[in-house]
Ligand binder design. Sequence first.
Ligand code: AMP
Length: 180
Amino acid sequence: MRILFLGPPGAGKGTQAVRVAEQLGLAHVSTGDMFRALDAESDLGKRVAAIMEAGELVPDEIVIEMLEDRISADDAANGYILDGFPRTRPQAEALDTFLGENGLDHVVVLEVEADELVGRILARGRADDTEEAVRTRLAVYDRDTEPLIAFYEPRGIVHRLSGVGEIAEITESVLTVLAG
Ligand code: AMP
């Protein structure tokens, strides 16, 4: 089973992706986590850190290559949850080329009102979470990533869920739609 989690920064996508992956025995594949794990002293690590701090996107060709390597690993053979990839149309098209157009089984979209997102992200306090970077990340989501919902919609695999409420209850709703 191959599942994509989509949603704006602060929607709780990462939290839910980890929980659902564990429940279903799937690999959790987070490109953000992979970037944060890069050697901070390496050239790539420095370049990526600057992009993340600004709230911008890492160039598609870097992300795509990294992601394709990751989902080719043994622990992903049983299926995986993509958390944070694809984020742009070229990334989504590269994934289709890599997997074939029926590669994804489900797209789970976690929805949270814009007003609530900034507060949630700032409360989380991660290193790349300055207010300006947060606003940039939200704008980048609206511009580049939100249109991917419409890209996948014709396949009939998109499930929209509220990302507001208790963490465990949201996990249950996700598991219910995936089982449905
Ligand atoms: P995340 O942990 O998913 O919020 O990702 C943190 C940051 O990593 C993002 O704000 C981007 O700068 C970068 N990043 C993660 N995934 C991608 C991606 N698929 N494409 C481009 N940049 C990404």
